[in-house]
Write a protein that binds this ligand. Structure first.
Ligand code: ADP
Ligand code: MG
Length: 545
C-alpha cells in the first residue's frame, strides 16, 4: 500500500493531508502526484469522485513559494467548483504560508481586487471572471508557472474554449499545464496539443474504479405516471439527502414545484438562477434544510456534499458520461450511496447503451406497491404522534377542541379526521390502472394491439419478439399470438406489460418505418361494426385473403 509520505512532499503538506483524513492516495493521486512533481504536463482522467482535486492540488501547493504573486491558475467551469476546489486547496495549504483565492462571476469585483492585492499564490476561477480581471490588469499572470484545467470536458462543452485560449496567451510558455477530466472525448484530446507539451496521459480505467460503493438500480416507469412513480420510490427509501436530475431547466422547476406541493422539501438548482439564489439553495442543501436538490447536469456538476445518500435520474442522462458524473454525486468520501434511474419504455434502449458503455449491468427493481408504501407511512405517522405525546407539551388549547367534539362524535372518528387533515398531502398516490385498453379481443390475461405496419417493412415475428422483449425485459415466449399481414399486424402481450409495450411502440420506429400502435378492437358481430378507419381498412384486407 502506498502512503502520502512516500511522495517527495514537505512535512507541512503531509501533516495537512493527515488532518484531512486521507489515509492513502486514490489511484489517480498515486499516479499523478509524483509525475506532476517532476514538472511534466499531465492529462489526468478518472471518474468523478476519485479525488482529482487533490491529485493536482497537492503538487500545486507543494510547488508554490511564499513570494506574493500568482504562481498557479486553476480554471473551473462553474463557480461552485471554483469554491469547492479553493476549499480543498486551503486545507492542503493549512500549514504552509500560501494563499488561495476563488474568483468567479457574481461576487463583487471590488472585493476580489482587494483580495488579489493581498498577495495570493493560487487563483481558482471561472474563465469569464478571470478574463475580466486580466483586462482590468488586476490579475497579473506573468509569474504563473502552473495552469490547471479542471473538468476540462465540461469547460469545452460550455463553450469556454475561446476564453481559455485568451487566458493561456497571458501565461508563459514555460508553464506546466495540467488537465483533469472525468471523460476524455476526442475533441479534448485534439485540443490538448495546442496547450500542452508532450503531456503524459494518466487514465484510470473505468472498470478499475467504478465506484463499488455506489449501488445502482433502475425502475421501469410509464411516461404518464412518472411523477407518481418517483414519489413512490422516494417514500420507499431511507433518504438522507438526494439529488434529483432533470434534463432541462424547465423540467427542474416543474418537478421541484410538483414535489413541494406534495410536501417534500425541495429546491431547484440550474443556470437561470442568480448567484445569490444558487448560493442560498446550496446552503440549504448543505445544512439539510431541504431534502432534495432538483438539478440539471451542468448545475450539479462537481458538487461535493458528503451525505448525499441518493442520486435519482428522474430523466435518464443523455450519455454515459453524464450518467457517470451524476451518480458520482453520491457515495462521496467513502460513504454508501444509491443511484436510481427512472426509465420509460421509450428509453429502454438508451439504458442498454449506457450499460454497455459503463460495462456494468444496472439491476432492475420493481416499483414498491401501494401496500408497501402504506405500511411505511403508517409507521411514520404513529411515530410522529407518539413523539408529540411524549414531549408532554401543554396541549390545553387542543383538549378544549377535542372535548367539545366528544359530545357529538366518537373519539376514534375525531382522531382519524385529524390525521386526514395532517397527512392528506402525504397519502401515497394510486398509480394502478394506468391505461384502460378496454375489450381488445385478446385471450384471457392478454391485451391485443393493432400495429399499422406489417410485412411491408420486412417485419418478421422474430423481429418483433426481439424488439418487445428487449424493450420490456420479458422473455420472448411470454409474448402471445402475433399475426403479421402485408400492411398491419396484430399482437398479444400479457396485461401487466401491456402499458409498457404501448408506450414503447406507440409512435416508434421498426426497421426504420414509423409505427403506430393502438389497442385492437374486438371482432364485433357483422351488423354493428365500429372500426377505426385504419383498422377497418386492415380488416377488409384480411377478408380478401
Ligand atoms: P473528483 O474531482 O475526481 O470528482 P474530488 O476531488 O471532488 O473528486 O474528491 C471527492 C471526495 O473524495 C472529496 O470529498 C475529497 O475530499 C475526497 N478524497 C479525495 N482524495 C481522497 C483520499 N485520498 N482519501 C479519502 N478521501 C479523499
Ligand atoms: Mg473534480
Amino acid at each position: 500500500m502506498q502512503i502520502f509520505s512516500d511522495f517527495p512532499l514537505h512535512n507541512s503538506i503531509i501533516k495537512a493531508i493527515h488532518d484531512m483524513g486521507f489515509e492513502e492516495p486514490s489511484p489517480i493521486q498515486a499516479s499523478c502526484i509524483p509525475t506532476i512533481l517532476e514538472g511534466v504536463d499531465v492529462i489526468g482522467q478518472a471518474q468523478t469522485g476519485t479525488g482529482k482535486t487533490a491529485a493536482f492540488g497537492i503538487p500545486v501547493i507543494e510547488k508554490m513559494t511564499t513570494a506574493p504573486h500568482v504562481q498557479a491558475l486553476i480554471l473551473t467551469p462553474t463557480r461552485e467548483l471554483a469554491i469547492q476546489v479553493s476549499g480543498e486547496l486551503k486545507k492542503i495549504s493549512k500549514y504552509k504560508r500560501v494563499k488561495t483565492l476563488p474568483i468567479y462571476g457574481g461576487q463583487s469585483i471590488g472585493h476580489q481586487i482587494r483580495a488579489l492585492k493581498q498577495g495570493v499564490q493560487v487563483v481558482i476561477g471561472t474563465p469569464g471572471r478571470i478574463l475580466d480581471h486580466i483586462r482590468r490588469k488586476t490579475l497579473i499572470l506573468q509569474n504563473v508557472k502552473m495552469v490547471v484545467l479542471d473538468e476540462a470536458d465540461e469547460m469545452l462543452d460550455m463553450g469556454f474554449i475561446d476564453d481559455i485560449e485568451v487566458i493561456l496567451q497571458q501565461v508563459s510558455n514555460e508553464r506546466q499545464t495540467l488537465l483533469f477530466s472525468a471523460t476524455m472525448p476526442p475533441e479534448i484530446k485534439k485540443l490538448t496539443h495546442r496547450y500542452m507539451q508532450n503531456p503524459k496521459i494518466i487514465s484510470i480505467n473505468r472498470s478499475e474504479v467504478t465506484a463499488p460503493l455506489i449501488d445502482q438500480a433502475y425502475y421501469k416507469v410509464l411516461e404518464k405516471n412518472k411523477l407518481e412513480s418517483l414519489c413512490r420510490i422516494l417514500d420507499s427509501q431511507e433518504i438522507e439527502l438526494g439529488i434529483i436530475f432533470c434534463r432541462t431547466k424547465r423540467g427542474v422547476d416543474e418537478l421541484s414545484e410538483a414535489l413541494q406541493t406534495r410536501g417534500y422539501l425541495t429546491d431547484a438548482l440550474h443556470g437561470d438562477l442568480s448567484q445569490i439564489q444558487r448560493d442560498k439553495v446550496m446552503k440549504s442543501f448543505r445544512d439539510s434544510s431541504i431534502e432534495f436538490l432538483i438539478a440539471t447536469d451542468v448545475a450539479a456538476r462537481g458538487i461535493d456534499v458528503e451525505n448525499v445518500s441518493h442520486v435519482i435520474n428522474y430523466d435518464i442522462p443523455q450519455d454515459p458520461e453524464s450518467y457517470v458524473h451524476r451518480i458520482g454525486r453520491t457515495g462521496r468520501a467513502g460513504r454508501k450511496g444509491l443511484a436510481i434511474t427512472l426509465v420509460t419504455p421509450r428509453e429502454m434502449k438508451h439504458l442498454r447503451s449506457i450499460e454497455l458503455e459503463i460495462k456494468q449491468p444496472i439491476p432492475a427493481k420493481d416499483l414498491p406497491t401501494l401496500e408497501e408504501i402504506t405500511v411505511r407511512q403508517k409507521e411514520n405517522w404513529k411515530n410522529q404522534i407518539a413523539e408529540v405525546i411524549e414531549r408532554g407539551e401543554d396541549q390545553s388549547l387542543f383538549y378544549e377542541v377535542v372535548e367539545s367534539l366528544t359530545d357529538q362524535y366518537e373519539l376514534k372518528d375525531i382522531a382519524s379526521a385529524l390525521l386526514r387533515i395532517a397527512y392528506s398531502d402525504s397519502l401515497p398516490l394510486n398509480i394502478e390502472d394506468s391505461y384502460d385498453f378496454g375489450e381488445t379481443g385478446a385471450s384471457k390475461g392478454m391485451v391485443r394491439f393493432f400495429m399499422n405496419v406489417g410485412r411491408n417493412v420486412n417485419m418478421s415475428p422474430q423481429n418483433l419478439i426481439k424488439e418487445i422483449s428487449e424493450l420490456v425485459g420479458i422473455p420472448g415466449k411470454a409474448i402471445g399470438r402475433i399475426d403479421i399481414f402485408e400492411k398491419f399486424t396484430f399482437l398479444e402481450v400479457p396485461e401487466d406489460v401491456a402499458p409498457f409495450v404501448y408506450e414503447a411502440l406507440r409512435q416508434s420506429r421498426i426497421n426504420g418505418a414509423r409505427v403506430n400502435l393502438e389497442p385492437a378492437k374486438p371482432r364485433p358481430p357483422r351488423e354493428k361494426r365500429e372500426y377505426t378507419p385504419n383498422q377497418d381498412r386492415a380488416k377488409r384486407e384480411t377478408y380478401k385473403k
